[in-house]
Design a protein around this ligand. Structure first.
Ligand code: ADP
Ligand code: MG
Length: 613
């Protein structure tokens, strides 16, 4: 069965690129401290290490960092693209999201990697080229719609700061202090006209992040400093996201809302996307601190798992599965029809050629004689039909299983939300507690401290619903496992049945004559066609049901919102009346209208209730 709409865990891919040392760095007397040692490993040496320093003696002078792939000055743009981004394209044109983002301090080559130069085009251009090529190659079967947008986020973030802020900073002459995002959306629809058309949408984000260095390192002042702080808040939030997401064991609350950037990256980091991060460092000794920070963050990012799920628009997950069954069945019907045509053609041709062939006549006679043959054919027909019927049963059971799996997943996320909400509340309280503590011992340098919450804070009692959520999750995870096992078994059974059907069909030519073969094949065709109709009807029912539920949900939300508004309006009215406040004429009129509508509304409702009763 096709795995449309299926989702699987994917590790974030993290690549590291060490750019060539620059002339400026050499002139400053910097030495090379970052080296690529193999395809995946980079070593960073601490230039300040003093072997006589007793406090530091237990540390090693070198620290190695492992990535999915590592590049140094010898890597070409093409090589970087091939190893990081090229493989995402196929996914994007079949409905998956993907994100590539360049990370690292200013001046370390992010823009070079993403944008590149005319002679050495970067990932943007190479990706677009390949994307359009891939679309062209499959455009016989598929219809595509591609849209693109390019935005610099800081421009949106900082209202009033109209021009793009790209004045030189001390860190780098040309580096932008904006995050730049190129977004490509591909919508795909099959040209084969099914009743239920599956529209898939895949999105590719290519992001050139603003520098990750700290404001103090760029010696920025004033407004520049504020921008720097803003960017860094974004990056700090990103860092926190990376930290929290990579913390495998716990269900730490992920505060994606920390900044616009992380909200933008939410899908890439937390959810529905294949994500590649390309971290950048300079190999120069003068950049040691920045490089170490970057390597540490990038190293942590490796533990992030993202969930990849195909985006199906309009059709929900299992409807897509029905569609896939229908497509399969249609394929079968086509195949059978072709077989019938071939059969007819061959039969006629052979009829003409073999008319005088005694062996052929003998065979025909043999086939049409005895009752035994007729019975055999009936049996064969039955076997074929029952193999197919069972196959359909298995498919239905698979669908039910998938539905249950989805419910389990939804339940699980609901419980996870309960827990996450609690963790959030807990950390809020802990933060408050720590703030109070900090006031007491402010002098202590906490720059070395990690951001994780210590255990030394007072225990906060966990509410019962959180404990219940934990228990439920454990049970649901077990069920999920069971379902997966059953699913595998059913899929296996389905394959076997299919193979059996095919084998039976193969024996057709040997056992029966062309007329009967045609008859059996046509019968099979008919069975398949009926099955298509049946499946279509079911999926239509499901679709209507889904749409209805959707509307129901929307109405419920509106109702909720309306009653909130009512409450606010009435509360404010109360204040106006209590304090005898003067209200503009227009507002007074509007309030009258509101009251009237409220009355009519409740009247209407009463009538409806009456009718229902
Ligand atoms: P960032 O975007 O990270 O601030 P840039 O991409 O602007 O950094 O790179 C800074 C400078 O280094 C640019 O002049 C760029 O051409 C050069 N550079 C960066 N990476 C490479 C590389 N791999 N090969 C050659 N030059 C590079
Ligand atoms: Mg740049």
């Amino acid at each position: 069965m096709k795995d449309s709409g299926d989702s699987k865990d994917q590790q974030l891919m993290v690549a590291l690129r060490v750019r060539p040392i620059s002339v400026a760095e050499l002139e400053e007397g910097a030495t090379l401290i970052a080296h690529k040692v193999d395809e995946q490993m980079v070593v960073l040496m601490d230039p300040m290490e003093d072997p006589d320093d007793i406090l530091r003696a237990h540390r090693s002078r070198e620290k190695s960092y492992l990535f999915d792939v590592a590049f140094d000055f010898t890597a070409t743009q093409e090589m970087v693209y091939q190893a990081t981004t090229k493989s995402l394209i196929e996914g994007v044109i079949s409905g998956y999201n993907a994100t590539v983002f360049a990370y690292g301090p200013t001046g370390c080559g992010k823009t070079y990697t993403m944008l590149g130069t005319d002679q050495e085009p970067g990932i943007y251009v190479q990706t677009l080229n390949d994307l359009f090529r891939a679309i062209e190659e499959t455009s016989n079967d598929m219809e595509y719609e591609v849209s693109m947008s390019y935005l610099e986020i800081m421009q949106l973030l900082m209202k009033g700061n109209r021009q793009r802020t790209q004045e030189p900073t001390a860190a780098n002459q040309t580096s932008s202090r904006s995050h730049a995002v190129l977004q490509v959306t591909v919508r795909q629809r099959s040209r084969v006209k099914n009743i239920l058309q599956e529209v898939r949408q895949g999105r590719l984000f290519m992001i050139d992040l603003a520098g990750s260095e700290r404001a103090s390192q760029t010696q920025n002042r004033g407004q520049r400093m504020k921008e720097g702080a803003h960017i860094n808040r974004s990056l700090l939030a990103l860092g926190n996201c990376i930290n929290a997401l990579s913390d495998k064991g716990s269900n730490k609350y992920i505060n994606y809302r920390d900044s616009k950037l992380t909200r933008l990256l939410k899908d890439s980091l937390g959810g529905n996307s294949r994500t590649v991060m390309i971290a950048h460092i300079s190999p120069a000794s003068s950049a040691f601190e920045e490089s170490r920070n970057t390597l540490t963050y990038a190293g942590r990012a490796k533990n992030i798992k993202t969930r990849v799920k195909q985006n199906l628009l309009n059709v929900s997950y299992h409807i897509a599965q029905y569609t896939s069954i229908i497509a399969d069945l249609r394929g079968e019907i086509q195949r059978l029809k072709r077989k019938i045509d071939e059969q007819t053609g061959r039969g006629q041709a052979r009829g003409r050629q073999d008319r005088g062939d005694i062996r052929h006549i003998q065979a025909e006679v043999q086939l049409h004689s005895g009752q035994g043959e007729k019975a055999g054919m009936g049996q064969l027909r039955e076997q074929l039909a029952s193999a197919f019927q069972e196959q359909m049963d298995v498919r239905r059971r698979l669908l039910e299983l998938e539905n249950r799996a989805m419910e389990v997943q939804i339940d699980t996320s609901r419980h996870l939300l309960t827990i996450a909400g609690w963790k959030h509340e807990k950390s809020r309280r802990a933060l408050k507690w720590r703030e109070e503590q900090r006031k007491e011992c402010y002098a202590k340098d906490d720059s070395e401290k990690d951001s994780d919450t210590g255990d030394d804070q007072p225990d906060i009692l966990e509410p019962p619903e959180v404990a219940a959520a934990r228990e439920s999750i454990a049970a649901l995870v077990d069920e999920q496992k069971q379902l997966r096992k059953q699913k595998l078994a059913l899929e296996q059974r389905c394959r076997e049945l299919r193979a059996r059907g095919r084998r039976l069909e193969e024996t057709l030519p040997r056992r029966i004559g062309s007329e009967e073969q045609r008859e059996v094949l046509s019968l099979l065709c008919r069975v398949h066609e009926l099955e298509v109709e049946n499946t279509e009807m079911q999926s239509h029912a499901l679709l209507r049901d889904g749409a209805l539920r959707h509307r129901h949900e929307a109405v419920r939300r509106l109702e909720q919102h309306r009653s909130l508004c009512d409450e606010i309006i009435q509360g404010q009215r109360q204040i106006i009346d209590d304090y005898n406040l003067a209200v503009p004429q227009r507002l007074e009129e509007l309030y009258e209208v509101y009251l009237r509508e409220l009355e009519e509304g409740s009247l209407e409702q009463a009538t409806i209730m009456d009718q229902v009763a």
